[in-house]
Design a protein around this ligand. Structure first.
Ligand code: MG
Length: 262
């Protein structure tokens, strides 16, 4: 077993995987940023060899504008699968463009209930501390509610320094889970908590991909930065998919280069 840079065990593939699934934020790109041109070139090159998937807490619209619209001339684009909002929605490509393959949504009443619980818990537990430099944002969609403790535009260093030992996010996750047993509550990134319907998470996405492609999860590889306990990538581990843990897009670039060299 190989240990990755952040000390998490990798189940490194001994044979070339038949498909590769990537997390987006902090894996293919810095969080809430588009992937670099170099990363896009690597994705294009790998897409010629294997089916790929992006399995992300991000919304499809963001993935489309930041990734897919930069692959419009890619002849192997139908080899790419998009599982957005922590796999609450799946998208596939056909001749006419990107199509919604499935969706799992909250009702309006459920969204309002979740929003109330989040606001109550944050207020009751002083998660942000006194005089916060940034204001939290709640991104509300039928498929997912995403709480960003420092909003979306905080500086990368401020995000890194906000909760380096994960104690704030773990506390928030635990409190939310106790009050929202009908939901999946996961740590999405350095400052974010993601809430989807029960059973809707990245593992659901991997099982969907496995059925769609006809490969067992163990024949596929997942690359993500949140494979730690409670992280939104960790839920894929029980599916049996091979995993590689990264701490930044530069780690991911190295793994893609390894795969391209096979
Ligand atoms: Mg991530």
């Amino acid at each position: 077993m190989i240990m990755s840079t952040d000390g998490l065990p990798d189940t490194s593939p001994t044979a070339t995987p038949w498909a590769v699934a990537f997390d987006l934020d902090d894996t293919l790109a810095e969080s809430f940023q588009p992937p670099s041109d170099e990363m896009m070139h690597r994705l294009s090159a790998l897409l010629k060899q294997l089916p790929l998937a992006i399995v992300s807490g991000a919304k499809f619209e963001r993935i489309k504008s930041e990734v897919l619209d930069r692959l419009v001339d890619e002849p192997h684009i139908s080899n790419l699968f998009i599982l957005a909002d922590n796999a609450a929605q799946g998208y596939t490509y056909s001749d006419t463009g990107w199509k919604l393959a499935y969706t799992n949504e909250f009702t309006l009443a459920e969204q309002t209930h979740i929003e109330t619980i989040i606001r109550d818990i944050v207020a009751e537990n002083d998660i942000l501390g006194p005089n916060p430099k940034y204001q939290p944002e709640l991104l509300k969609d039928p498929t997912q509610l995403r709480y960003a403790a420092l909003g979306l535009d905080a500086l990368e260093d401020d995000k890194k320094n906000w909760d380096p030992d994960m104690s704030k996010r773990r506390k928030l996750q635990k409190l939310l889970h106790a009050r929202l047993p009908e939901c999946e509550v996961s740590i999405g990134g350095k400052t974010t908590i993601d809430i989807t319907r029960k059973g809707i998470n990245k593992a659901f996405g991997i099982k969907w991909l496995s059925e769609r492609l006809g490969f067992a999860p163990s024949e596929m590889l997942y690359i993500g930065d949140a494979l730690y306990e409670g992280g939104n990538d960790a839920v894929v581990i029980p599916t049996g998919i091979q995993t590689r843990s990264v701490t930044s897009p530069s780690d991911t670039a190295k793994i893609i280069d390894e795969l391209l060299a096979r």
